[in-house]
Write a protein that binds this ligand. Sequence first.
Ligand SMILES: Cc1cc2nc3c(=O)[nH]c(=O)nc-3n(C[C@H](O)[C@H](O)[C@H](O)COP(=O)(O)OP(=O)(O)OC[C@H]3O[C@@H](n4cnc5c(N)ncnc54)[C@H](O)[C@@H]3O)c2cc1C
Length: 301
Amino acid sequence: MLWCASNPWLAEHVPNWGFARRAVKRFMPGEEFASALKAAEDSKPKQIGALFTQLGENVTDLSEAAEVVEHVESVFAQAAAAGVDPVVSVKPTHLGLDIDPAVTLANLHRLAEAAEKVKGYLWVDMEGSAYTDATLELYSALRHKHERVGLAIQAYLYRTAADIGRLLPLNPTIRLVKGAYAEPPDRAFPAKRDVDANYLALSTFMLPELKRGKLRLVLGTHDVAMIRRITGFAEALGIERSQVEVNMLYGIRTDQLAKLAAEGHTTRQLIAYGPAWYGWYLRRLAERPANVLFVARQMFG
Ligand SMILES: Cc1cc2nc3c(=O)[nH]c(=O)nc-3n(C[C@H](O)[C@H](O)[C@H](O)COP(=O)(O)OP(=O)(O)OC[C@H]3O[C@@H](n4cnc5c(N)ncnc54)[C@H](O)[C@@H]3O)c2cc1C
């Protein structure tokens, strides 16, 4: 599935197949930002906030990256005007990282300014391990100038504990995820149980730092048993529930997210949109084999 996610022929053709378009609706409300905004408005009564992301990655021309910047600036403004959290996540390769890291950083600075203008937040996604060093450098440079910026880091990588140590002096905002890309065994834990163990260890390490005000922590996972263990530890340390934020993807375990919100946790769902959903969607299928059966049902009517 992860091989299919990076196959150019499939990426060009699959999005035109009707059953695939029907199936993807489970994870995204629509291709236009207006659908994402509507989904965010609908979730507000459940105290679930929004985190928008325009799908796309690995642009091959800086003019495409410039279009992304303009679009994301307009998303910050539109979300704020609609009374929805102006919080947006971007991928460095969508902003030109494969072509020019300096331009990518300039693009990120522009977006961080747009976020600050509306008291929103800019998140930087973490992509495959070929980009980890460059993305950490981008985030460090960004964080030196801006307050309202966060970075996703992946528990499946061996290096992540050391990376957190290097980020701490920046007073960072971290979204801890398990990791969604196909990685070789010399870089990432091959066994899921080890990824889970590392997720727990890393978050447990970060909680006292959160208590000391040295970082802001967001748990980006649908693993409710894991979330419960971590929030239990947080409570034992006397950390306010609202300080432990949980983010999930639109369409996955929303009932559980609403429950966490009702209990006082800050919650947010990542709402993806845009026509370039192919690679992202395949990674969602790879996370759970049952999702493939769902696609098959769409295929056979
Ligand atoms: C807000 C957010 C931001 C993210 N940002 C990044 C990023 O920047 N970089 C990156 O590499 N990864 C990112 N991810 C993806 C992440 O790395 C995992 O691949 C993904 O969250 C699945 O792992 P899990 O933590 O939910 O745990 P798992 O142990 O895989 O899943 C726990 C349970 O959640 C449910 N579940 C999980 N995934 C699915 C699914 N696709 N469909 C249906 N049910 C599911 C299942 O019931 C499963 O048993 C992000 C995830 C979230 C929620």
